[in-house]
Design a protein around this ligand. Structure first.
Ligand SMILES: [Zn+2]
Length: 174
């Protein structure tokens, strides 16, 4: 699980922030110098279940050295401020897989307690390009739902989105 990094300094004046000791309300942080109330926003990310015509899906093995390093995830990434989510999904899939895809449907929105990420997942299909991993991937591969390495998935949402894809398309559950 990704844990929020706690901001230590006020973005208005640079003063030190104090965490709100009251669990029942109020802003989570307050600047000790200027009184600025600081709220932490969620982080919006997009990903795609890219489904091959034969039913296999594209997964990549994450190269970044974080908690999901070496594990299999869906192609995706963060939405830039002001960016349209669907555009971000097309951009991230192209960057990470070399594929141009079309988004067929919204598959789901995935959030987990204590995790700052709001992940929007689309169902997509390839229309051009060839599978070629970027530097963000150790490996790119196609898996049928039954072949998915369930014990080596990077995030809870990775497996959930694949299961939701099966349900959405009214395919046999695993
Ligand atoms: Zn301040």
């Amino acid at each position: 699980m990704t844990v929020s990094r706690i901001p230590l300094y006020c973005h208005q004046c640079g003063g030190p922030l104090q965490a709100n000791p009251n669990p029942n309300g109020g802003p989570p942080f307050r600047c000790l110098d200027c009184g600025q109330r600081v709220y932490l926003d969620p982080k919006v990310a997009v990903a795609a279940v890219v489904r091959w015509p034969d039913g296999r899906v594209v997964l990549l093995r994450r190269a970044q050295r974080d908690a999901a390093h070496g594990l299999w995830i869906l192609p995706g990434g963060h939405v830039d401020r002001g960016e349209v989510a669907e555009v971000a999904a097309l951009r991230e899939v192209a960057e990470e897989t070399g594929l141009t895809v079309e988004l067929d449907s919204l598959l789901g929105v995935y959030t987990y307690p204590g995790n700052p990420v709001v992940l929007i997942v689309y169902l997509a299909r390839p229309v051009a390009g060839e599978l070629s991993p970027s530097r963000e991937a150790l490996e790119l591969s196609l898996f049928s739902p039954r072949e998915v390495p369930w014990d080596e998935l990077g995030y809870e949402s990775t497996g959930q989105a694949i299961k939701d894809m099966l349900e959405f398309l009214e395919l046999d559950p695993l």
